[in-house]
Ligand binder design. Sequence first.
Ligand SMILES: O[C@H]1[C@H](O)[C@@H](O)[C@H](O)[C@@H](O)[C@H]1O
Length: 619
Amino acid sequence: MSRKASDNVEYTLRSLSNLMGEKRRRQADGSAGSGAAAGERSLIAAESCSSLNSAASGGELERAARRQFQQDETPGFVYVVSVFSALGGFLFGYDTGVVSGALLLLKRELNLDALWQELLVSSTVGAAALSALAGGVLNGLCGRRPCILLASGLFTAGSGVLAAARDKETLLAGRVVVGLGIGVASMTVPVYIAEVAPPHLRGRLVTINTLFITGGQFFASVVDGIFSYLAKDGWRYMLGLSAVPAVIQFLGFLFLPESPRWLIQKGQTQRARRILSQMRGNQAIDEEYDSIKNNIEEEEKEVGAAGPVICRMLTYPPTRRALIVGCGLQMFQQLSGINTVMYYSATILQMSGVEDDRLAIWLAALTAFINFIFTLVGVWLVERMGRRKLTLGSLTGTAVALIILASGFLLSAQVSPRITLNPTDPSHQNSTCTKYSYCNGCMLDPDCGLCYKLNKSSVVESSCIPVDKHSTMKAAWGRCSNESIFKKEDLFWAYNFCPTPYSWTALLGLILYLVFFAPGMGPMPWTVNSEIYPLWARSTGNACSSGVNWVFNVLVSLTFLHTAEYLTYYGAFFLYAGFAALGLVFIYGCLPETKGKKLEEIESLFENRLCTCGSAGAF
Ligand SMILES: O[C@H]1[C@H](O)[C@@H](O)[C@H](O)[C@@H](O)[C@H]1O
């Protein structure tokens, strides 16, 4: 490096170092001092290393020093606060995921019919939809911290009730209480994290919440796997275990602070300043504090403070557009069929040749694991690619994967094996099953399954038989009604699928789906919603969009089996692919890039007409 270049570098580093010292001096709060000193120490270390590195250019060194400077500025406290809040995401994932395994045991022990099983699953999601909507008012009035405390209290109470339940009515009550907790947590946690995070880390930290959701779903499936071996009372552990993270979160939040932005809005400026400087360590907070405060005052002048927030949001064009984008993202997330793919994964994997019965539960764990790992990729990508490119890339891949998945089902339906045997029911009961001539009709009927043999890879001696009422793993009568015998005799039982040579296409589609969906379409709707509304509209905006997410979650999961019955499985997945394609057009036109922007700057991205908002992004 020439002498002049190295002088320049040294000068830059020194001025950065001075700047940090100056900022620290200006900072009234003493607690930030130690972090600043550490920051300065490492910067000076970076300085001496840098001047020794003669190969590197001045620009690179300057960037490295800035990076170092930035890293030192974010104290660990922000991460601690984010992880404690994201426990809410973990509980959301755990409690929505654990129920499928618990039901397998519950339906035998408490003799639950299909209606009660359906009630225990959808009551939670329905309650979540209602409480997410109500959570907006609570958030605005009481703040983020009391809402997180309330959610963890509800999770604890709900799991206690579930673990101790003696009858199905108590179980239903417990599931509703847990659902109320999920709704409040799902809308509060992303907002809270976005409000405490520094702009350059905001996307990553909020996305960690979705990582915790998928982590919770994965953990739930492992717990389901382990306790499924405990036929008596296994479900009590499955449902009760979520009390542990809930209590941890509750205790943690007794000591963690309120969002500084909410405090400024409520005029509690001294407290807000103290918390903000705790969150920013060695950084001067004056600029951020002033920008939040000015923004609140300007908003009040511009929009006025009268009338319900939702009416003000709808009549003020930038917030109306943000609301449409936020709700649209959440709607398309659910319309792309994530929860039906997760729900149907065990069958898709079985279709592809996995035959062991117990394996079904572990296969669901594998799917949840892929979802979790690829959400981690999203955490890594969000600050590199930005929200817009990541969402667009993810949804494109999701749509292609859905087409592959649907084609797998289509090909399988086209070569659906013929039914060659028509045995008569020994009890002479009338059943629709024996009327089908092809496996495809038999598999779409939830009461029937296919009993068959394999000759090389072709299906022979096949019959469509009613499924056993207590286990979908065997037939109600006939050759496939005793699992240990039919396995010895080389017979196979297919429930919900047809054995065909194209099953691997569906498996490929499933894996590709999760690989593409999890890093973008999974987390981005939550992340983007946490940042696109101005402070006065943030609670209400997130309440509405989370409500939309839960409502479409119920709609899609409840209608999936009927959709599959009317449109067949490939029809259903082609339909979701169609929704994903519509979502792509919507996101391309309407989603602006919010990466690296201060929360206070984001509103301006929605000042132009809706379908031109997207062009504010760099894509
Ligand atoms: O972002 C999450 C995540 O993708 C979950 O896996 C899914 O179950 C939820 O519905 C969704 O909101």
